[in-house]
Write a protein that binds this ligand. Structure first.
Ligand SMILES: [Zn+2]
Length: 268
């Protein structure tokens, strides 16, 4: 297994919530918005698959290959996303925060969000339907701010829990808050993952442990969605700008955690 992923830059889209609940977050898509995007992909004959396809012979990956990913494994996905994709012969990769599976999303934000996290029974059903399940760490801590030992624990323990619960190998890791560095990349590889995804829309040096990903936001129009598929430079600049502010969100989060409040508009 090498770190290269052929000369094709895979288009990986990043979602969180897919639901109609109203609360102050832009890291979500309404059901109508998501349906429109999925319908666009179907009509234009994009091939939608799970990330492990990247590990196979890359002949099957081409410019029409799109990978849908869902961080935080929220319960609204079970109600609003799974059937919608399966009906169109599409699948995605869902990243679980293992400590909170089946529990409320009280790990850092949105007391107003009505979605909890998918439970193990739902995750098993979803995995049986062909979706891939990856790890989004055990506690969703910013891995840049903890020790080597803690990083190892977050990556190793969450992988083991998912594998034990679902009886399937876990190949991919999604860095909490999309934050990564070369040390995290190395630990991820050593821990037995085969790849990892970031929140950076473009990464010049190809490395399967630093896969680029374009987030889809509540305010994205279909035109902006198409720009993500085409890896438009303008769209990538926009996403980089938003990512820059997510860094501020982590700082605010830590500040508010210490002061009894922890709402954020960006979650990753
Ligand atoms: Zn997350």
């Amino acid at each position: 297994m090498t770190n290269s992923i052929s000369n094709i830059n895979p288009v990986i889209l990043g979602y969180h919530h897919v639901c109609n609940h109203i609360y102050p977050s832009i890291t979500r898509a309404t059901v109508k918005q998501f349906l429109k995007q999925v319908q666009y992909l179907k009509t234009h004959h994009y091939s939608i698959s799970v990330l492990s396809e990247l590990l196979l012979d890359n002949q099957s990956i081409n410019k029409n290959s799109i990978f849908l990913t869902f961080d935080d494994a929220l319960s609204c996905l079970y109600e609003n996303m799974i059937e919608l994709l399966l009906a169109r012969e599409m699948k995605g990769t869902i990243f679980v925060i293992t400590k909170y599976a089946g529990k409320e999303t009280h790990w850092d934000y949105y007391k107003s969000s009505k979605c909890s996290q998918l439970n193990w029974r739902q995750l098993q059903e979803i995995a049986n339907a062909g979706f891939e399940i990856g790890s989004h760490s055990h506690t969703h801590i910013d891995l840049n701010s903890v020790t080597h030992k803690e990083v190892k624990f977050e990556m190793e323990y969450s992988k083991k829990i998912i594998e034990d619960k679902l009886g399937r190998p876990v190949h991919f890791f999604s860095y909490p808050f999309g934050r990564f560095n070369h040390e995290l990349t190395d630990i991820c590889r050593e821990t037995g993952y085969k790849g990892a995804i970031t929140m950076k829309p473009k990464i010049s040096r190809q490395n399967i442990f630093q896969l680029p990903r374009s987030a889809v936001y509540l305010f994205d129009t279909l035109t902006q969605f198409k720009a993500k598929l085409n890896q438009s430079v303008m769209e990538q600049k926009k996403l980089e700008f938003i990512n820059f502010f997510s860094l501020g969100t982590i700082i605010i989060k830590n500040f508010r955690k210490n002061n009894g409040s922890n709402k954020n508009f960006l979650q990753f």
